[in-house]
Design a protein around this ligand. Structure first.
Ligand SMILES: [Zn+2]
Length: 238
C-alpha cells in the first residue's frame, strides 16, 4: 500500500457513540488509552431517541468533543424497520430469533461509520472506532468481520492521498457479556447508557436489546445498574 502523504494523529480517535453499553465501553476503552476523543452520534430518526441524550451525558463524562449529526430526515427512507418506522412494532424476545430481523436498519453501520470516517479524515484522526460485537453477527450483516474489512478498504480507496484513519472494532470477537465485564472494570458509566429500542422513560426489559443487556450483566456477574419497567434487575426470560 502506498504511504499516505499526510500523517494522521495516531492517538486521536473518532468514536461512533450510540449511547448504548457497547459504544459507552468503547469510549471508556479509548479514554483509558489516553486518546484524544471525538464522539459522533447520528440522529437517523430512531424511535429510541432517548439514546442520543445518553450519548451526550457519556461523552461529557469523558470530556470528549461530542457531535450529534442530524440525519433524521433519512428515517423515512429507511422505513420497514422497527427502529425507524412507527408502523412496525418492536419485537420482544431474544436476538437469535427471526423476529429480530425487524430491528435491522438498512445499511445502518455503513451510514454511521462513513459519517465518522469523514470527520476523522477532516481532523486527521488516526482511528475510527465502532463498537460491534460477536453477538450482533447473527442478524446484523453490517456487524460482521467481512463488513469491517470492506469498510477499511473503502476508507483507503475513498480517501487516497489524504490522511486515512484505520477502522478499529476491538470488541468484534467479544460477547456482550465480555463487554459488560470490561465496561464494569473500566468504571464506564453503564448506568447512563441506553439500550431499549422502545425508547420510553425506563428500559422496558423485554425487547431484544433489553433482554440481551440483562443477560450480559447476569452472565458477567456484575451488578446491572439499569432501571427496568418491571422494577427488577434480575434477568428473567419474557
Ligand atoms: Zn426494551
Amino acid at each position: 500500500m502506498p504511504e499516505s502523504p499526510a500523517k494522521t494523529d495516531p492517538f486521536s480517535a473518532v468514536v461512533v457513540l450510540s449511547g448504548g453499553m457497547d459504544s459507552t465501553t468503547l469510549l471508556a476503552h479509548y479514554a483509558m488509552l489516553h486518546y484524544r476523543l471525538t464522539a459522533v452520534t447520528v440522529d437517523y430518526g430512531q424511535r429510541h431517541r432517548r439514546e442520543i441524550e445518553s450519548a451526550r451525558t457519556i461523552a461529557g463524562h469523558y470530556g470528549a468533543e461530542h457531535h450529534v449529526v442530524d440525519l433524521s430526515g433519512i428515517g423515512v427512507l429507511l422505513g420497514g424497520s422497527a427502529l425507524t418506522d412507527s408502523e412496525v412494532g418492536v419485537p420482544s424476545g431474544h436476538y437469535a430469533e427471526d423476529s429480530m430481523r425487524a430491528t435491522v436498519v438498512p445499511n445502518r453501520n455503513a451510514i454511521l461509520a462513513n459519517v465518522a470516517v469523514g470527520a476523522a479524515v477532516a481532523r486527521r484522526a488516526g482511528v475510527v472506532a465502532l463498537g460491534m460485537h460477536a453477538g450482533d453477527h447473527f442478524i446484523y450483516p453490517d456487524c460482521r468481520p467481512a463488513f469491517v474489512r470492506a469498510l477499511d478498504e473503502l476508507v483507503q480507496v475513498a480517501n487516497e492521498g489524504f490522511p486515512t484513519p484505520r477502522v478499529e472494532t476491538p470488541f468484534i470477537t467479544w460477547s456482550k457479556t465480555d463487554i459488560a465485564k470490561y465496561g464494569n472494570r473500566l468504571g464506564a458509566p453503564l448506568d447512563k447508557s441506553w439500550s431499549c429500542y422502545r425508547g420510553g422513560e425506563r428500559h422496558c426489559g423485554t425487547c431484544g436489546t433489553c433482554y440481551e443487556r440483562r443477560e450480559a450483566f447476569r452472565d458477567a456477574e456484575v451488578p446491572d445498574p439499569t432501571e427496568y419497567l418491571d422494577g427488577v434487575t434480575e434477568f428473567a426470560a419474557p
